[in-house]
Design a protein. Structure first.
Length: 352
């Protein structure tokens, strides 16, 4: 890296390396610090926001830069009562970090907050004091000797004392109050923290440690900032509430006690159907909607095959096929005749 610099002879501002290389100040904060440091005396009465507007630092960028300057001791603010009881905000800007005690000493030396003039003298009203004029006519609804004054106003009820907290609730309250050290946007008062103690203690009761609870509440803040810390933390405590281990154990035990295997359904039994085949009347159970029993279907199939085979051999077995079908059970009666006819056909062919 090449470095070339010419020292200015006029219109320059001396800046400390501690400011230029400050690790906790953004570029906008450093520019604003150097800009205000080089202002003439006649422009020091202008508010810091006006100087930021001239530099183009507005909105959220200015708020972020000012917050860093305040946190690191470069900017201090103080509200004092001015003329005619009006409140005025004074800003103290320094090129070195100042503590609250140092800033108070600077304000005291500058006379900030000290009344410059005594109360003005006023002349009394014109005329002489006179005696009190009393009326002679009583009101219509009032009699002599009756005290019709209104009863004294009841004093406002005293606020209830803060209830005693358990050990878990005290730990949850410490976590809520410590969030201000992580982010200033999560600053809570004691009364505000008491509103959220119940939900935060429930997290600890469900096995979440204090460090884990602090991390969940302070991480992943919105980019545009937190407007209301109480509402934001209440929403997170409710929406991200972990599962109750007691409820989970109950659910697991309930599943273990429930029967794991359901009883098998009873087998299907088909209704009895009267067979439409030849032979004596008999019944069977039809599972596929057929009207003939398996034995009759098998006998009919053998008969059809015998007719086809006899047609191939040129043998007339119609009577035997009909007899086999009528028998319905034993097709062996025609098998020997068919085999003999086939053998005779083969032998006749050989003789020719």
């Amino acid at each position: 890296m090449l470095w070339h610099a010419i020292a200015p002879v006029r219109r320059y501002t001396k800046a400390s390396h501690d400011v230029v290389r400050h690790p906790r100040l953004c570029s906008d904060a450093k520019i604003l610090l150097l800009y205000v440091q080089g202002l003439p005396d006649e422009q020091t009465h202008v508010a810091l926001s006006e100087h930021g507007r001239k530099l183009g630092i507005k909105g959220r960028a200015f708020q972020r830069a000012k917050e860093q300057l305040v946190l690191n001791g470069f900017v201090h603010e103080r509200r004092v009562s001015g003329e005619r009881g009006l409140w005025v905000t004074h800003q103290l800007f320094s090129n070195v970090p100042l503590s609250e005690g140092d800033a108070l000493a600077v304000w005291r030396d500058a006379g900030v907050g000290v009344r410059s003039s005594a109360p003005s003298a006023r002349f009394p009203a014109v005329g002489q004091p006179g005696g009190r004029t009393a009326g002679h006519q009583l009101p219509v609804d009032e009699e002599l000797g009756e005290n019709a004054s209104r009863p004294p106003t009841e004093p406002p009820p005293e606020t209830d004392a803060l209830v005693e907290l358990s050990s878990q609730e005290r730990e949850a309250e410490r976590v809520l109050l410590s969030l201000r050290h992580s982010h200033r946007q999560l600053h809570l008062g004691v009364a505000e923290a008491r509103e959220l103690v119940g939900a935060a203690a429930e997290w600890l009761r469900r096995g979440v440690s204090a460090g884990e609870l602090r991390g969940v509440l302070s991480s992943g803040l919105p980019s545009d900032g937190v407007r209301c810390a109480v509402k934001f933390l209440r929403h997170r405590l409710v929406q991200k509430m972990p599962e109750d281990p007691g409820e989970r154990r109950k659910a697991v035990s309930a599943r273990e006690e429930a029967p794991s295997v359901l009883p098998a359904p009873p087998p299907y039994v088909a209704p009895l159907v009267t067979c439409q085949g030849p032979g004596a009347e008999h019944v069977f159970r039809s599972y596929d909607g057929s009207t003939e029993c398996p034995q009759c279907q098998q006998a009919a199939a053998w008969a059809r095959w015998a007719e086809w085979r006899a047609a191939q051999l040129g043998v007339d077995l119609a009577e035997d096929a009909a007899a086999a079908v009528e028998a319905g059970r034993d097709p062996d009666g025609w098998r020997p005749r068919l085999a003999a006819a086939a053998a005779a056909g083969v032998a006749g062919g050989d003789e020719q």
